[in-house]
Design a binder for this molecule. Structure first.
Ligand code: HEM
Length: 531
């Protein structure tokens, strides 16, 4: 008869709800009143209008009207699964995070893979980077790695992100995507040449991975690991597919269904073929970071650059396995909210400006996409090794509203605190220097890694496929001027690319970029200071 027992009767746990079978469920309106059949509407006489008093019909239609939540503004098409992470090689020398402290330590995970530009129903085999998000449900709270399948990105200035993404979306007037009209795609890229490293990867074989099981994941951003003495190193994180990597060619991609990657992942897990990834880190001391800048012009806060693996070898820390499909896709994958700002004690952001912007952008979009209390949803709730509380209260759908506990820092009924693990002054000591700096400048060193890709990583058949892919995309561009500029950017990578593209497209590109002005990027490769 108590309130508590009333509540416990229906939804005691998400697990109970998940296991509900039709055999045990009685058809009822949302307030629990049984109905003999769903197809009964109240109307006046045999042929008269419907009655507003028919709560059953109003309940049905009004809920249906509200079924959609906003899709993710990027990465809207995706697939996910659950599994677990296991630490195989602890790193207490580098990091105090509990999950990396002991060999054999495990935690449940949820992953979501995605394409970037397309809408929720778009094709899985689009030529696009792939998102690779992992939520580690550790005993110290949730840690999210919101990664991609490429180690670099199109930009190093976060202010460019909405501009770039808009060129991946539908044209405001024609409502066409860049698949049909690639003009805005090339307009952005030929004006922001620091994108070239990612463009080389996108247009190469890695641009269409064969589903989600056969690709690696990369933090891309530099993070920081902090040990118990407060000493820290910079870190890059890699998820290496134990299945290996596979790709699908542009031509062959037309032969697969729009949900190919979803089907492949789901069916593999149902068959008991559980995909696995090895978690590896590269680390660098702050002094080494200064040296790679001085000697090699590699900036660890620049998302268009990678760390050379011969100088900074990968070190294994663990592996994760996906062994459980979602039972309810919407509740467990659509509503899951990955956030790069979800870090653990011992894992911190670096001052990479793109990462810093993402720390704001994700929880902001989650409040919009899912609501103020999105962290209370089963897909996002933490499974800490302790009971936790705070002073957040109320708002829409406050399902877990922290009972009778004071909603302010009370001296009468005080909440408990865990002492700080390391000295704050030490770990945050690197936020120094000018408050505003110029992120958008193209420099000769920006072409080194793309050149190595063309000359050392791609073999001849891969180079030929690359040219076919770029030329195909260029064929849908309405402004030849943009292509002349883009070919000039490719020429800075290697003249061979430019001449092959000129042959394939019939467009003669400019000789190089030294006389070019970009609307997004300062030209650091010219003697003319006005460019
Ligand atoms: C999704 C913003 C760069 C990886 C998203 C979402 C936003 C966003 C608003 C939708 C999130 C949601 O609705 O749950 C940004 C901004 C960026 C940026 C502002 C740069 C300034 C990046 C980079 C990476 C990345 C560099 C990878 C290294 C992802 C992934 C998702 C995502 C994997 C999908 C998450 C999921 O599966 O739910 N991004 N992003 N983003 N972003 Fe970014």
């Amino acid at each position: 008869t108590s309130f508590a027992s009333h509540v416990a009767n229906q939804f005691t746990s998400y697990e109970k709800d998940r296991q509900t079978s039709s055999k045990d469920a009685l058809y009822a309106t949302s307030n629990g009143v049984p109905m003999p059949h769903p197809y009964e509407s109240q109307r006046v006489g045999d042929n008269g209008p419907l009655l507003l008093q028919d709560f059953h019909l109003v309940d049905l239609l009004s809920h249906f009207d509200r079924e959609r939540i906003p899709e993710r503004v990027v990465h809207a098409k995706g697939s996910g699964a659950h599994g677990f992470f296991e630490c195989t090689n602890p790193i207490p020398d580098l990091c105090i995070a509990d999950i990396f402290s002991i060999k054999g330590k495990k935690c449940p995970i949820t992953t979501r893979f995605s394409t970037v530009g397309g809408e929720s129903g778009s094709h899985d085999l689009a030529r696009d980077p792939r998102g690779f998000s992992v939520k580690f449900r550790t005993e110290e709270g949730n840690w999210d790695m919101v990664a991609n399948n490429t180690p670099v990105f199109f930009l190093r200035d976060p202010a460019k992100f909405p501009h770039f993404i808009h060129t991946q979306k539908r044209d405001p007037s024609t409502h066409l995507t860049h698949a049909d009209d690639s003009t805005m795609f090339w307009d952005y890229l030929c004006n922001n040449p620091e994108s070239i490293h990612q463009v080389m990867i996108l247009m190469g074989d890695r641009g269409i991975p064969d589903g989600y099981r056969f690709m690696h994941g990369y933090s891309g951003h530099t993070l920081k690991l902090v040990n118990k003495n407060g000493d820290w190193v910079y870190c890059q994180m890699h998820f290496k597919s134990q299945q290996g990597t596979k790709f699908i060619t542009q031509e062959d991609s037309a032969n697969y269904s729009a949900d190919y990657s979803q089907k492949d992942l789901y069916e593999a897990i149902q068959r008991g073929e559980f995909p696995k990834w090895t978690v590896e880190i590269q680390t660098m001391t702050p002094k080494q970071a200064e040296e790679v800048w001085e000697k090699q012009k590699i900036n660890v806060f620049d998302l268009t650059h990678v760390w050379p693996q011969d100088q900074f070898p990968r070190r294994k820390v663990g592996e994760f396995t996906l062994n459980e499909n979602a039972i309810n896709y919407f509740a467990e994958i659509e509503q899951v909210a990955f956030n790069p700002a979800h870090m653990l004690p011992g894992i911190e952001p670096s001052s990479d400006p793109v990462l810093q912007s993402r720390l704001f952008s994700y929880p902001d979009t989650h409040r919009h996409r899912i609501g103020a209390n999105y962290q209370q949803l089963p897909a996002n709730a933490s499974r800490t090794g302790y009971k936790f509380g705070n002073f957040q209260r109320d708002g829409q759908m406050a399902f877990y509203n922290q009972g009778a506990r004071p909603n302010y820092l009370s001296s009468i009924d005080p909440i408990q605190f865990r002492p700080r693990s390391v000295d704050l002054d030490k770990t945050h000591g690197h936020f120094v220097g000018k408050a505003v700096s110029f992120l958008s400048e193209i420099r000769p060193e920006d072409f080194n890694a793309p050149r190595a890709l063309w000359q050392k990583v791609f073999d001849e058949p891969a180079r030929e496929r690359f040219i076919v892919n770029v030329a195909g995309k260029m064929a849908a561009c309405k402004e030849p001027e943009l292509l002349k500029r883009q070919i000039a950017i490719f020429r800075e990578v290697d003249n061979d690319i430019a001449t092959r593209l000129e042959k394939a497209t019939g467009v003669k590109g400019y000789d190089g970029i030294s006389n070019m002005r970009f609307n997004g990027t300062h030209n650091g490769m010219t003697k003319d200071s006005k460019l």
